[in-house]
Design a protein around this ligand. Structure first.
Ligand SMILES: Nc1ncnc2c1ncn2[C@@H]1O[C@H](COP(=O)(O)OP(=O)(O)O)[C@@H](O)[C@H]1O
Ligand SMILES: [Mg+2]
Length: 502
């Protein structure tokens, strides 16, 4: 029997060629240390930063710290069953979440898995949770309003589609309520909403979901929930999961609103995770890249150019302050990243001014160009009026003799404060907002007793619905104010029917 050398070498070559491909994808490592939701894994030399890995019991993890001899992996699920010596496999995939219409109306976790008990989500598409933000050339400046339905916001700190506006305040100042009411107001605005809840009690979140459901807002909303009881990595990931789901709609030419409630808790979760990974702590024990944590998230909000479909993604990040301290690390970071902030204050909230927004400290840096003309006209002086009212108010406490002009300013100011109050879950369409602010700034309310102002507004709106639908349509459709005489006539006709209380 003769052996041909070429044959053998060809066989060996073939074997070698077929050999490693199988192993390389599976690249297997071993757990060398485990605890507190973090595993150190040896042998995953080719793993990518942020890559998903799978433990032998099926739990997933995400590669974070790529060190010389081992990899720090955060575990995305129950970790008590994982032992030292267990196998860990690469998946070759960066962390992804399911996206698409199928998610609308659902409550999902940070991995995009349903947690509402309504069965599986039949989505066929996924997106990586870390993605590059659209570049300068793909964007266009913000030029369309994102109507929140909240008078004090839409009139004085208007938000545009594609903008990033921070909502900041202590706990229990009405932050979450602003998120809910803004989502409720998108019902007829054709905006898809994503509410990302981070580190809240599950009972609170189910309350929010219930409110959305009752008002029919779940039909266009996705809720991403990373609850307080879930492991820190899931809290850290939730906002990125949410924005990826939003991007899918934005890149398809739709308008999206993403609310992050709140980024303070996400930053705290990231701090926990970083300390466990033994990254060096810095200010307030946050790791050095906590700025990047939020900037890379908020950069993904955008108004796309017409070439790119003209979609938009508006971001409303929330930050919770301690005792109103907006100078702390996370608040200052996020203030510097966003296009403005809406500041809620406890003392206003407790004195009955709700929404408890302080217009003096709130600003929207791009919103002005995103207000309809009619609103811009009527609300133009509102902020200054209010500021000078607050100033006069403190003076007036001392003096008794006030000149007429001062008294008039005080009267107007008191009525302005009343008009800007708004109850829960009563978002107002822009034409109704314009109508009442028009009546206010044109003096129709000056001789109405302060305690009747709220009723005046309600009855004016009801009257307009019946007798002024043309005016309302005009504002809504053209964005302009109606003819002054015409508008004045309708408002004074109404005022003649209004009965002042005794
Ligand atoms: N505009 C409002 N009118 C009346 N009550 C409000 C208003 N906004 C918030 N609240 C109430 O205040 C409480 C705290 O509001 P919430 O939005 O949960 O605050 P935060 O998210 O800042 O902790 C809730 O019970 C809510 O119902
Ligand atoms: Mg809240």
């Amino acid at each position: 029997m003769s052996i041909k050398a070429e044959e053998i070498s060809a066989l060996i070559k073939q074997q070698i060629e077929n050999y490693d491909s199988d192993i390389e994808v599976n690249d297997v490592g071993t757990v060398i240390e485990i605890g507190d939701g973090i595993a150190r894994v040896h042998g995953l030399d080719h793993v990518m930063s942020g890559e998903l890995v799978e433990f032998s019991n099926g739990v997933m993890g995400m590669a974070q710290n790529l060190e010389e001899n081992n990899v720090g992996v955060v575990i995305l699920g129950p970790f008590t069953e994982i032992r030292e010596g267990d196998e860990v496999r690469r998946t070759g995939r960066i962390m992804q979440v399911p996206v698409g219409d199928e998610l609308i109306g659902r409550v999902v976790n940070s991995l995009g898995q349903p947690v509402d008990g309504n069965g599986p989500i039949e989505s066929t598409k996924t997106r990586p949770i870390e993605a590059k933000a659209p570049g300068v050339m793909d964007r266009k400046s913000v030029d369309e309003p994102l109507q929140t339905g909240i008078k004090v916001i839409d009139s004085m700190v208007p938000i545009g589609r594609g903008q990033r506006e921070l909502i900041i305040g202590d706990r229990q100042t009405g932050k979450t309520s602003i998120a809910i009411d803004t989502i409720l107001n998108q019902k007829e605005e054709d905006v898809i909403c994503i509410y990302v809840s981070i580190g809240q009690k599950d009972s609170t979140v189910s309350g929010v979901v219930e409110t959305l459901r009752q008002h029919g807002a779940l039909d266009y909303t996705i809720v991403v929930n990373a609850g307080a009881s879930e492991p820190a990595p899931l809290l850290y990931l939730a906002p990125y999961a949410g924005v990826s789901m939003g991007e899918e709609f934005m890149y398809n030419g739709k308008h999206v609103l993403v609310v992050y409630d709140d980024l303070s808790k996400q930053a705290a979760a990231y701090r926990e995770l970083s300390l466990l990974l033994r990254r060096p702590p810095g200010r307030e024990a946050f790791p050095g890249d906590v700025f990047f944590l939020h900037s890379r998230l908020l950069e993904r909000a955008a108004k796309l150019s017409d070439d790119k479909g003209g979609g938009s993604l508006t971001a409303l990040p929330f930050v919770e302050t301690q005792a109103g301290d907006i100078g702390a690390y996370i608040p200052t970071n996020v203030i510097s990243i966003t296009d403005g902030q809406i500041f809620l204050q406890s003392d206003l909230f407790h004195s009955g001014v709700r929404p408890a927004i302080n217009p003096g400290l709130s600003v929207s840096r791009v919103g002005g160009s995103a207000q309809i003309k009619a609103m811009k006209k009527v609300a133009g002086t509102l902020r200054l009026d209010l500021a000078s009212f607050r100033e006069l108010e403190s003076f007036a406490q001392f003096g008794s003799d006030l000149d007429k002009a001062t008294q008039a300013k005080l009267d107007r100011g008191q009525r302005t404060v009343e008009i800007l109050k708004q109850g829960l879950h009563q978002p107002q369409r822009v034409e109704y907002q314009v109508a009442i602010i028009y009546a206010l700034v044109n003096g129709f309310l000056d001789d109405i007793p302060v305690e009747d102002v709220v009723r005046f507004e309600e009855e004016l709106h009801a009257y307009l619905k019946q007798h002024g639908s043309e005016l309302l349509n005009h504002i809504r459709e053209t964005g302009n104010l109606p003819e002054k005489d015409e508008f004045n006539k309708v408002v004074s006709d109404f005022k003649n029917t209004f009965v002042v209380s005794e």
